[in-house]
Design a protein around this ligand. Structure first.
Ligand code: NAD
Length: 450
């Protein structure tokens, strides 16, 4: 099937390589000429495990030109960013621009325009009207009869995006036209049936079988995405709230989480107490859910509380350091990890940047390291006032405290004894309950958790 994908970011490019891998003819389009040039040169424009291998094993076309990608496409995915505006509502300007360009270039054959971007409920109809209007303007008032808009929310996790796309828990498609649903079903068939031979670097998980398909109306498909993300976010906030109580009563939140999580109805995942969530999705999607509900005069107190707890966890890092150090002014704090989670270079809503700002505001000096996101941090935040360290050990130089912000596996393997000797005072705040507390204490560290 001929597929066009608008937006070659974490979602668009991953979708493109995976659909190409299972046999479709894919063109990836992006408005960023530099990104397209990087892709044409065979390189991955961001860090994502196995993306480079996948790019080498498929044949994709890359373009900045809608006229090249759209007219012959049978399925057109929109996978542009939908970042948060200041008031919590999503910024839909990229989505609108993409929909307009699609409408201007729609071909004569039936095509399905698919919202893969996370978009507010009702966006399917809105995108349809934009595509329709753009087509009319371009074609002297002629009505485009031959297209439908569908929703296909994405659930991949950065850091395991290729794995999640080849071996998804489920595929959700939503449309009000049966023909559109059938086209998407045909498109996803190899993934649903798992009839493809997996790449040698990413074998199919043992026992992984057919993938469930949820075929829904547009609004339900759109709401599934927000409801799922908000649920995961509130699971994290819930364990962080329990963590605060555990701290007061002298309980071990990790044991509590394990004891809870082994209940099959609860599950152990997303019950890791710590600094809380970050990244491009949970913050903006929970904000968008609250904002959409408000349009319908509805409050979402559970989701709002999850958001509040998450902000508080970042504040707590500073409070814990203050409690231990009494003064931050003139002190040096080293941050281990900048990316919002391991195995990605994504810095959107990264707790590390927030924590750095809070520490700098209180007069501390901040040194920071990340195994893959350092270059991005340096170029995106040149004026932050942080000293960027090429080697993890360097964050310890003359430091009065270290904060483990991102649980990169490499950090566990650091020579912690050597780190202690480089510091002015060996204090570590483990923001992810990730390090071996007993070992660090034995090495002379004062060990704190959030
Ligand atoms: N990143 C994730 O983990 C994830 C997971 C699930 C869903 N989503 C959702 O998917 C969407 C995309 O997220 P992302 O992380 O891939 O974003 P991204 O910022 O990595 O990529 C978006 C790309 O779209 C391009 N773009 C912007 N306007 C364009 C236009 N008019 N025409 C063509 N290209 C255009 C940008 O240049 C950029 O390369 C968002 O709505 C997000 O909420 C993201």
């Amino acid at each position: 099937m001929k597929v066009a994908i608008i937006g070659s970011g974490y979602v668009g490019l991953t979708t493109g390589v995976c659909l190409s891998f299972v046999g479709h003819e894919v063109t990836c389009l992006d408005v960023d000429p530099q990104r397209v040039a990087t892709l044409r040169a065979g390189a991955a424009p961001f860090h994502e495990p196995h993306l480079g291998d996948m790019l080498r094993s498929v044949r994709l076309r890359y373009t900045t030109d809608y006229a090249e990608a759209i007219p012959s496409a049978e399925v057109i995915f929109i996978a542009v960013g939908t970042p948060s505006r200041g008031d919590g509502s999503p910024n839909l300007e990229y989505l609108e621009a993409a929909a307009r360009s699609i409408g201007e270039h729609l071909g004569p054959a039936y095509s399905v325009v698919v919202n893969k971007s996370t978009v507010p409920i009702g966006s399917g109809n809105w995108v349809e009207s934009i595509v329709r209007d753009a087509f009319r303007q371009k074609n002297q008032g002629q009505r485009p009869e031959n297209f439908a808009v569908a929703s296909n929310p994405e659930f991949l996790r950065e850091g395991s995006a290729i794995h999640d796309s080849l071996f998804p828990d489920r595929v959700v498609i939503g449309a009000d036209q049966q023909q559109a649903l059938e086209r998407l079903y045909s498109l996803y068939r190899p993934l649903l049936d798992q009839s493809f031979t997996p790449p040698r670097f990413l074998p199919r998980p043992d026992g992984f079988g057919a993938v469930p398909l949820i075929s829904a109306d547009l609004a339900s498909a759109e709401l599934i995405k927000y409801a799922a993300n908000a649920f995961l976010a509130l699971k994290i906030s819930y364990i962080n709230e329990i963590g605060q109580l555990a701290n007061r009563v002298g309980a071990d939140v990790q044991l509590v989480a394990r004891g809870m999580g082994l209940d099959a109805r609860i599950g152990t995942r997303f019950l890791q107490a710590g600094i809380g969530w970050g990244g491009s999705c949970f913050g903006k999607d929970t904000a968008a859910l609250v904002s959409t509900a408000a349009e319908y005069q509805l409050e979402m107190p559970i989701v709002q509380a999850a958001r509040k707890i998450n902000s508080r966890q970042r504040e707590l890092v500073v409070e814990r350091l203050l409690g231990a150090m009494k003064l931050l002014k003139g002190k040096t704090v080293g941050l281990l990890g900048l990316a919002f989670k391991p195995n990605t270079d994504d810095l959107r809503d990264a707790p590390a940047l927030d924590i750095a700002r809070k520490l700098l505001e209180r007069g501390a000096r901040v040194r920071a390291h990340d195994p893959v996101a350092l270059a991005a941090a340096r170029s995106l935040h040149p004026d932050l006032g942080v000293t960027w360290c090429e080697a993890a050990e360097e964050v310890a130089d003359e430091a009065d405290a270290l904060v483990l912000v991102t649980d990169w596996p490499d950090y566990r393997e650091l020579d912690w004894a050597a780190l202690a000797t480089r510091m002015r005072h060996p204090l570590i705040l483990d923001g992810r309950h990730f390090l071996d507390a007993a070992r660090l204490r034995a090495l002379g560290f004062q060990y704190l958790a959030v």
